[in-house]
Write a protein that binds this ligand. Sequence first.
Ligand SMILES: Cc1cc2nc3c(=O)[nH]c(=O)nc-3n(C[C@H](O)[C@H](O)[C@H](O)COP(=O)(O)OP(=O)(O)OC[C@H]3O[C@@H](n4cnc5c(N)ncnc54)[C@H](O)[C@@H]3O)c2cc1C
Length: 456
Amino acid sequence: MQPISPEHVPKILSPRLRLLFGSLIVLLPLIVIAGAISIPFNFESSSILYKFGLDRQLLLAGQVMGLVAGCLLLLQITLGARLKCLDRVFGLNRLFKYHRFNGFIIAGLVIIHPIAIFISDDRIFIPLQWRYWPEFVGLFLMVLIGLMVITSHWRIGLRLAFHRWWPIHRAAAILAVFAFGFHVLSVNDTFEQKLPRILAIGALVLCGLIFLWIRTRRLRNKRKSFRVAAVEPAGADALCLKIVSDVHHMPAYLPGQFSFITLTSTRVSSEEHPFTIASSPTGSAGLEFVVRTTGDWTGQLKNLQPQDRVFIDGPFGLFSHLLLSEQKEIIMIAGGIGVTPMLSMLRYMADHNDQRKITLIWSNQTPNNIILPHEFKNLAGLLKGLRIVHVLTRAPECSGEQGHLDRPKLKRLLSNCSRSSAVFVCGPAQMMQDVYSRLVSLGFQRQMIFMERFSL
Ligand SMILES: Cc1cc2nc3c(=O)[nH]c(=O)nc-3n(C[C@H](O)[C@H](O)[C@H](O)COP(=O)(O)OP(=O)(O)OC[C@H]3O[C@@H](n4cnc5c(N)ncnc54)[C@H](O)[C@@H]3O)c2cc1C
């Protein structure tokens, strides 16, 4: 058994503390939104003085929606900023999910906001006059947000490569905050009054600070500098990237967590990509990533040379068995390269001689796609409670389990597993969705099914 170095595993928040911090954190934006909603009522604009009845209500509703959209824009930047304090409570995957959902709400609000105001004003068009520039900035913002949501949600359908879309999305977010600031501070006289103006400028300064924090991340990560120790084959179209640190301490991480890595090599472009740390925090001297090399960027990794530098931003995520009780029975369901978080957890369990019952159902297209087959065999020998079931989807000539993980197959394979087991699922998006609904229909508890998306 490997020596255990506890300093490599970070302190974990108990579920109770996570719930407490989570509730407090959720309360904060709700308070800000409630404050923003009260502004048009407490600091009326002069335009409202000439409005009565339905027109007045519509104008107020329009103003409220604009302000709520502004607050959600601030929240949106916070959600996308990879703040460690939020990750430890919610997990980055979940934060990015809210980020996507929040984008739709903002888009909806910025569309309804001018419609309500125009109807209350009996207007259809904005006259092409200089004095209406704040309204035109608002119109620009509406189009910008619409484009951001469309290109984010339908990026793959629009054939936009991630490395091209991502910098544009980030620049558009900065532009959106500026446009919102100009619009809200000049579109009516509410924000000429002292308190609303101070609050709006304060929120914009906060956004600026978050942007600054994001932009300086690479500088800060220079402290977490690693170098490539080895690049080894890990199966067909997969390799194992081993990196070591020049500084004394390794970053603490939970088995199953992931990091963003950036390489500074003349042979690989310096994009930032997320990968699970496949090593165990107690078992190895460096960090190890197992990467499927079929993409544009991952395909370049074979060109890496020992000594090339690597920067790490992370670890992130809550996809780890260490967040559960030590006795909990575990089921792992992986699709292809989605097995990497499971590998890290199993390696950690082997380091700790963990003998609990674990079932790993691992779906691959063909036997060639199985990464590190010898190591998994080895782990099955070390972990007495581990049962590994290989399922192949495109190898009818092979013996063993065949086809997709449909309900009858899952029911049969999990027949002797407790329905209160913790289930970790990671793989292609569609497979994860299908497996989730099948697990629920088989009686597994929703709150005990943990999913890790391999796309942001
Ligand atoms: C939390 C997490 C953990 C992951 N762990 C692993 C792992 O252990 N092993 C592994 O092989 N893969 C892992 N991935 C997937 C891996 O990040 C992508 O496959 C890789 O970034 C694709 O790069 P590419 O340009 O070569 O591929 P492409 O074929 O060009 O892109 C395929 C898809 O990958 C995603 N992608 C591309 N570039 C980026 C980027 N810079 N940042 C984020 N997503 C991007 C996009 O959704 C894109 O559509 C993980 C992803 C996430 C989110």
